[in-house]
Write a protein that binds this ligand. Structure first.
Ligand code: C2E
Ligand code: CA
Ligand code: CA
Ligand code: CA
Length: 276
């Protein structure tokens, strides 16, 4: 009825007001988070199931909000992207991952590669390559110990992306394509991209057992990676069955809760770096 309709509408605007207020508050707090030192990186191991060794780690951002506690990235990354705050935040992430990696190396631990997520806003900065070079230089970390994770959305302007990626490669950092299979990049575009690795999105790793099409997509991506001479890692691996199924497809690199959730730096070090 009409009444219900208008009631629904009011609730909708109230919800919108609440959502808008919440967003504004988050944005304001996010603005202060860098100077207040509220960000932390967690590290999730990437595992080689053939050799049974650590390959590296993905650095994942956490925000320790003074009142809200730990805010997950799904809640604040979109706000950071919309407001442009992702650029300084993303640069902090890169620098912190480099600093931590260098510190581990200097304390005599076996060197690993740490991957860092790059937002599309960062990727589109005209001086991105200089900024990355500057961070590596300031921390004195060899570029090969850093991997930048890009997404298919960055392939929209393929010609420009290829130029940026080539410069990053020349610098010596590794590049991986994150969440692969969820976007629209064609094989012909992918072939021309100077990347090192495909990361199979976790949505395709889920329900291997009872979802034939997920298994098929995963197998297609792995085959594609092999034929393009790229390495391939599966993310969101939660069970031994998934590990074993991936092995039958010759995918030996995995990341997921089956091995470990993302951990604070100190826990990651004692659990995974001492054990190599
Ligand atoms: P992502 O890059 O795809 O990162 C993987 C996400 O999957 C992480 O969530 C990780 O904790 C989660 N994950 C890992 N293993 C498993 C598993 O076995 N099962 C399930 N269900 N999930 C698993 P997280 O840390 O909450 O990050 C979410 C997203 O936020 C990331 O997705 C990435 O898009 C974004 N993000 C995180 N840190 C950064 C950052 O420093 N910069 C940027 N631009 N984005 C970031
Ligand atoms: Ca990622
Ligand atoms: Ca991913
Ligand atoms: Ca994702």
């Amino acid at each position: 009825s009409k009444r219900q309709g208008s009631g629904g509408f009011q609730m909708y605007t109230e919800d919108m007001d609440a959502a808008a207020k919440e967003r504004l508050e988050l944005e304001n707090d996010l603005r202060l988070a860098l100077e207040r030192d509220e960000f932390i990186l967690f590290y999730q191991p990437q595992w080689d199931t053939q050799r049974g060794t650590l390959i590296g780690a993905e650095a994942l951002l956490r925000w320790k909000h003074p009142k809200r506690g730990m805010v997950p990235p799904v809640q604040f990354i979109p706000v950071a992207e919309a407001s442009g705050l992702i650029n300084p935040i993303g640069e902090w992430v890169l620098k912190e991952a480099c600093r931590q990696n260098k510190q581990w190396q200097e304390s005599g631990l076996p060197p690993i590669r740490i991957s860092v997520n790059l937002s599309i806003r960062q990727f589109e900065q005209p001086d991105l390559v200089d900024r990355v070079a500057q961070v590596l230089q300031s921390v004195q970390l060899e570029p090969a110990f850093i991997e930048l994770e890009i997404t298919e959305s960055m392939a929209m302007d393929a010609e420009r992306a290829i130029i940026t990626l080539s410069s990053l490669k020349r610098l010596g950092v590794h590049i991986s394509m994150d969440d692969f299979g969820t976007g629209y990049s064609s094989l012909s575009v992918l072939r021309r991209f100077p990347i090192d690795k495909l990361k199979i999105d976790r949505s395709f790793v889920r329900d291997f057992g009872d979802n034939q099409s997920n298994a098929l997509i995963a197998s297609t991506i792995i085959g594609m990676a092999h034929s393009l001479n790229l390495s391939v890692i599966a993310e969101g691996v939660e069970t031994l069955e998934q590990v074993e199924f991936l092995r039958t497809l010759a995918c030996y690199q995995v990341q997921g809760y089956y091995y470990s959730p993302p951990l604070p730096a100190e826990d990651f070090r004692t659990k995974f770096l001492k054990a190599i």
